[in-house]
Write a protein that binds this ligand. Structure first.
Ligand SMILES: [Zn+2]
Ligand SMILES: [Zn+2]
Length: 280
């Protein structure tokens, strides 16, 4: 049977007994709740939860498990000219989810920002014929369910094709990656960030934490580095981790405004750095 950690949603390889613990939750970027480690089988999760689809943007669908499960992120289905891409992932996958994704054009690849959203990635890959799962090499140690579909890339950026680029921003995890979709929004571009940066509730600001549940911030140098890495890319929308947590208008201005606010809050008064002209 396949065991899923109830706190982080990570699926482990099939075994009779659950693993002794969940390394993702024992790490200080997640947590083990006061009642201890809990597991659920995928077959049980399929009985109690369902995935809801909703439009998040142009050719862009949000998929969210309800009622809320584990961390509660939504995955994004990008309908691109090179096929469907699943950005970030969910623990729950069932027959109706697969059917609906196929009706929306299917999937050709999966890419996941960081280990908190690895969830049932291997199960998703297999449901669509063993499609590749793109992860950053620097987070290899956090993969709990290894599979030949996983493609580890290294370095600072990796193009899936001429439209989609994975960018390593780091911060929350060493291999934390975001996805830039150049042709989205009528060619103005979109950025999928998951947790780094994380979209704030007012959708005008983002923030940068090493651990969200344990409120451990990153340092100023990390914030400057992230802003610098995203500076060359054009994007008219920035998609965070939760349903409808999207920065519109001018998310690049919001990113700088947020970084400046963050640096002021930690009394780091060095300037943010030069603003380059967009190239991608
Ligand atoms: Zn866990
Ligand atoms: Zn996270």
């Amino acid at each position: 049977m396949s065991h899923i950690c109830v706190a982080c949603g990570t699926q482990y390889p099939t075994s009779d007994n659950p693993p002794r613990n969940c390394p993702i939750c024992q790490d200080e970027r997640q947590y083990v709740g006061p009642l201890g480690q809990k597991w659920i089988a995928l077959t049980e999760l399929q009985k109690t939860h369902r995935n809801v689809f909703f439009e998040e943007g142009e050719n862009l669908w949000g998929i969210h498990t309800q009622p809320n499960f584990a961390i509660g992120q939504r995955a994004l289905l990008l309908q691109t000219q090179h096929g469907g891409i699943l950005w970030d992932c969910l623990s729950l996958i069932d027959a109706s989810t697969v059917e609906l994704v196929k009706r929306l054009g299917g999937l050709s690849a999966i890419a996941i920002s960081h280990p908190h959203y690895y969830t049932s990635m291997v199960e998703w890959s297999r449901a669509f014929g063993g499609i590749p799962i793109y992860l950053h090499e620097a987070d290899r140690e956090w993969v709990q369910h290894h599979d030949s579909a996983i493609v580890f890339w290294s370095g600072e950026k990796h193009s899936l094709n001429d439209d989609l680029t994975l960018i390593r921003v780091g911060g929350h995890f060493s291999g934390f990656q975001v996805l830039h979709w150049a042709s989205a929004e009528g060619g103005k571009g979109a950025l999928m960030t998951g947790d780094m940066p994380q979209v704030c509730p007012d959708r005008r600001y983002v923030s940068f934490m090493y651990s969200y549940p344990n409120f451990i911030p990153v340092d100023g140098a990390t914030v400057r580095e992230i802003v610098g890495k995203l500076e060359p890319y054009r994007f008219a929308k920035l998609y965070g981790a939760w349903p409808k947590f999207v920065v519109e208008g001018d998310p690049k201005v919001a990113l700088r405004r947020s970084a400046e606010r963050y640096l002021r809050a930690i009394s780091d008064l060095d300037p943010l750095g030069a603003q380059d002209s967009p190239v991608a």
